[in-house]
Structures are given as C-alpha cells and as structure tokens.
Design a protein around this ligand. Structure first.
Ligand SMILES: [Zn+2]
Length: 211
C-alpha cells in the first residue's frame, strides 16, 4: 500500500469511527462522554486510531480521533487518548482485533452488577447470537465474563488480558457497573457485535425483570 492509499484508508477509518460514535450515542449506548472506540490503522508497528478522552460522543468529529502506538503514545492528532486506551491495545494484541468498541449502556451496566457473583453472563437460545462471528446456531452459549471495575488502568488491562486468555471464545466482556467491550476482525464486524450484544443484553435484562 503506498502512502496516499494509507492516508486514504486511515481517513476512512476515522470517518467511520466518528459516525459510529454518533450512531451509538443516538441509541443511548454512549451518552455524554462515555465509551471509546478504536481501529487498527497499521499492524506492524501498531498504529491505533482511538477517540480522545472526554469528548461528547453525540457530536464526535474526526478531529477528536487520535493515533497511538502500542505503548499508548500519541503519534498523530492532538489531545489525550482515552484513559482506557490500554484496554484497547490489550484486546488488539490478544484477539488480533482490527477494531475495539466500548459502550456504557444501561443494560450492560445493570447485568454486570446483577451477574457479578457468577463472574459472567451466559446467553443461549436466541437467533440473534448468529450475528456473532463464527456462531452458526441459536444453541450457542455465549459467556460474557465480568471484570471488576477499577480506575487503575494498568491493573485493569492486566486483568483483561487474563480474562481474554481464559475465555478464548468470548466475543466481548463486561466491566462491572461500567459497560461492554467487544471487537471484530473489521470495523463493520465490531459494530455488528455491539448491536448484537446490546440487543441480547437488553433481552436478557428485560426477561429477568419480568420473572
Ligand atoms: Zn468506559
């Protein structure tokens, strides 16, 4: 890929990330400045486009998306990367993900508290599970592990790495009282995983409320 093509694809990535942010905001999944999104621009060495810290996702612009290296240093753009950048690089390394999307939705918050003692949320029997990469049947059981929330980002990233290694089939994980992390082999797949998992979490949450 020549330099011009690289620049084009990186601007297409930032356009898509900004668009996704505004769309997720409209669905109520990233209200205020919550949530953060990233996508791989280049693998070797890693260059990750990621949302800047503290920006309103309902009005997210391409200027609010930076590029960082594998150590979280800003290599393009201005501002500070999201505080959770270490979690994004941990997921990229562990899963070979091309995009990592993180929401702070009502249902991920409620269920991550309600199921904390079980260590995860099990989801089975729903047709929508087939929207997750590699899943062919509604009989699939998706286990979304729950990680205790922390403001200590290096420690949280370490726990996330252990969780990802232990639950090699998981398509996402929950931070307790905080939100959902999911990823994909492309930005489109990661977006689909947010939609599918948010749908499933809402179904599980509403069903439990009614029993
Ligand atoms: Zn968060």
């Amino acid at each position: 890929m020549n330099k011009q093509e690289e620049a084009l694809s990186s601007s297409a990535v930032t356009d898509t990330l900004a668009e996704l942010g505004r769309y997720f905001y409209s669905r109520g999944w990233v209200l205020g400045t919550s949530g953060n999104f990233s996508a791989v621009i280049q693998s070797e060495p890693l260059r990750l486009a990621i949302t800047a810290s503290g920006v309103d996702k309902g009005a997210l612009t391409t200027e609010q998306i930076l590029q960082i290296d594998a150590d979280g240093r800003v290599v393009a753009g201005s501002g500070r990367p999201s505080d959770e950048a270490r979690l994004h690089t941990a997921v990229v390394k562990a899963r070979g993900a091309q995009a990592v999307l993180h929401t702070h939705s009502v249902w991920s918050t409620i269920l991550s508290e309600a199921h904390a003692s079980a260590g995860g949320v099990g989801i089975c029997g729903y047709e929508m599970l087939k929207g997750l990469a590699g899943v062919k049947t509604h009989e699939h059981r998706e286990w979304l592990p729950i990680i205790e929330n922390s403001q200590d980002m290096p420690a949280l990233a370490g726990t996330a790495e252990e969780t990802l290694a232990k639950h090699a089939d998981a398509h996402g994980f929950l931070l307790r009282g905080h939100g959902l992390y999911t990823w994909g082999s492309s930005l489109a797949e990661a977006k689909r995983h947010v939609e599918i998992l948010e749908f499933l979490l809402e179904v599980v949450g509403r069903t439990q409320q009614n029993t």
